[in-house]
Write a protein that binds this ligand. Structure first.
Ligand code: IPE
Ligand code: IPE
Ligand code: MG
Length: 246
């Protein structure tokens, strides 16, 4: 039996298949406590664990978390270095528990641009969970939406050049099959924490018809109740996909 919060009763038959989070506000959360920004990033990893386990219990099929954008390299090297060490901290603390809960770890983005140790660690986490059949926990790591679309376009161009496809055969499904999210369910719900109302280059193609929720709370303060609240709000929305509800 999945947990319920009485303020946010959920219809367990209409749980979003795929939720994407822009995990924002770690730095401000730490600053408010007179702590270094990195402490906020450390605390933020706990939220990932909590939400992934609860989303899994609710039957969510995939949860994508924006962990590092292609633009985040603009930050101080010390902060970037710290973020690249977080996968080790996260897996040391939680991989065993995630495996016990049947969670599958995945990644989208330019993992190859991370330090070798970080790459190896994430690949090992993916390998150890590859056969799990529970929620897919997808880390968008060194990820950019525009970059992803350009990369997909290049793959399509190679297919055309090699005669694998005719230009006339290229449709949305074909194009989407070249994106880093190929095979994942459509994103039903996108949530951004910290009171910023923008996408910051996240999943530009995939969010076309997703429901958006912007919460003021900083990411380290997100918890199970907040997840239930977001799904509750989602369940009150009427999705039309361009059509008309009669
Ligand atoms: C989100 O928190 C985490 C990353 C972008 C890596 P921030 O680090 O952006 O925190 P704020 O927005 O500065 O508070
Ligand atoms: C978006 O947050 C990227 C991640 C959460 C990883 P940012 O904090 O980098 O976004 P901006 O700079 O406020 O748009
Ligand atoms: Mg931010």
């Amino acid at each position: 039996m999945a947990k319920q919060f009485k303020e946010y009763p959920l219809d367990l038959n209409r749980i979003p298949a795929h939720i994407a989070f822009i995990m924002d506000g770690n730095g401000r959360w730490a600053k408010k406590r007179m702590m270094p920004r990195t402490f906020g990033h450390h605390e933020g990893t706990k939220t990932i664990r909590t939400l992934a386990l609860e989303a899994n219990a609710l039957g969510v099929k995939a949860m994508t978390v924006y962990a590092f954008s292609t633009e985040n390299f603009k930050r101080d090297a010390s902060e970037v270095d710290y973020i690249f060490k977080l996968p080790k901290e996260f897996f040391d603390a939680y991989l065993k528990e995630l495996i016990e809960n049947n969670v599958q770890i995945m990644a989208i983005g330019h993992l190859d641009r991370a330090p070798k140790e970080t790459q190896d660690l994430i690949r090992e986490g993916m390998r150890q969970t590859a056969h799990n059949t529970g929620i897919k926990l997808v880390f968008a790591f060194i990820y950019g939406g525009r970059d992803e679309i350009v990369e997909a376009a290049k793959k399509v161009a190679v297919d055309v050049k090699e005669g694998k496809v005719d230009v006339d055969q290229i449709d949305e499904d074909y194009f989407a099959s070249k994106l880093m999210t190929a095979g994942l369910p459509e994103i039903d719900l996108m949530v951004r924490s910290s009171g910023e109302y923008r996408l910051s280059n996240f999943l530009l193609w995939q969010l076309s018809y997703s429901e958006f929720i912007f919460e003021d709370m900083y990411w380290p303060d997100f918890d199970e109740k907040e997840l239930h609240k977001c799904i509750y709000i989602y369940q009150q929305r009427q999705r039309r996909f361009g059509g008309v509800i009669k």
